[in-house]
Design a protein around this ligand. Structure first.
Ligand code: F6R
Length: 259
């Protein structure tokens, strides 16, 4: 696991976009994407790279981490809609190649199995972007989620619903249920990139990166993956004990090592 500390959210996003750009130039064809606030700076910079540097996503398939149960794809807060707005509208990503669980299926259990199978057929994901919840969730694998979990129906914690209320007019409108990739499903991606910014993420980041591997901090499972890059701003990094080492590694990064 490599921990990269940047000054602010914009710089963190630029770093993540740079890693994605490099991966695409090296032949990556499948991206796994998160929604929420954390990856937005990266999506903006991918848009800039498309306009100014010839980055193309035309041949890329995108698999989303999760979707709210109950929201149709045309709802502005459905995750498939968010990715179309934040990334497809800024690049040449084909909206028809954005894959997500259906939020309006009559049978969410069967839909979760279908999406897991779609990932198995279309994957493995080359580069997976992740955010982290203040409670340590990735995807919507809330604390207590099995470290071996697969795509399934999950109930959001009150804390997650409160955090996500900022996207909705009325806090009561935040759906209670989601279909989310499981922790083992996420772990099948070749390269995981976690982006976290802001002081409210510092505790969860420290638990995920330096704490014990535990279902109580689902993101701690990243410690078991062979290729993880954690991109933070100063505030999200502020509770990491080994900050001096992470900064030392950055200062002495061998030329050509990449991320
Ligand atoms: C969203 C997702 C979640 C978010 C997390 C952080 O697709 O899977 O794990 O990444 O809740 O959300 P923000 O970035 O809004 O703080």
């Amino acid at each position: 696991m490599e921990v990269v500390i940047r000054t602010d959210a914009a710089e963190a996003g630029q770093t993540v976009a740079g890693i994605v750009h490099r991966a695409l130039l090296n032949g990556a064809k499948t991206l796994g994407l998160a929604t929420g606030l954390s990856p937005l700076s990266a999506y903006r910079d991918l848009g800039r790279r498309h306009r100014e540097e010839g980055l193309t996503l035309a041949d890329v398939d995108v698999f989303l981490l999760d979707e709210y149960v109950g929201l149709p794809p045309e709802h502005p807060q459905s995750y498939v809609h968010v990715i179309r707005r934040e990334l497809a509208d800024r690049t040449d990503l084909n909206p028809d190649r954005v894959h997500a669980p259906s939020g309006t299926t009559a049978d969410p259990l069967a839909e979760a199995r279908r999406y897991e199978a779609a990932l198995a057929a279309g994957g493995p994901v080359d580069v997976q972007l992740l955010g982290i919840g203040v409670n340590g969730h990735i995807g919507f694998n809330e604390p207590g989620s099995s470290l071996a979990s697969r795509t399934r129906l999950k109930t959001l914690t009150d804390a997650t619903r409160r955090a996500n209320a900022l996207f909705f007019e009325n806090p009561e409108d935040v759906p209670r249920h989601v279909i989310t990739q499981g922790l083992a499903t996420i772990g099948e991606a070749r390269h995981l990139i976690l982006i976290a910014t802001g002081p409210h993420k510092a505790q969860a980041v420290a638990a995920a990166v330096e704490g014990p591997v535990s279902a109580h901090c689902p993101a701690s499972i990243l410690q078991l993956h062979p290729h993880v890059t954690v991109v933070l701003d100063e505030l999200a990094a502020s509770q990491l004990r080994d900050q001096p080492y992470y900064r030392y590694v950055a200062r002495h990064k061998p030329a050509g090592q990449g991320y």
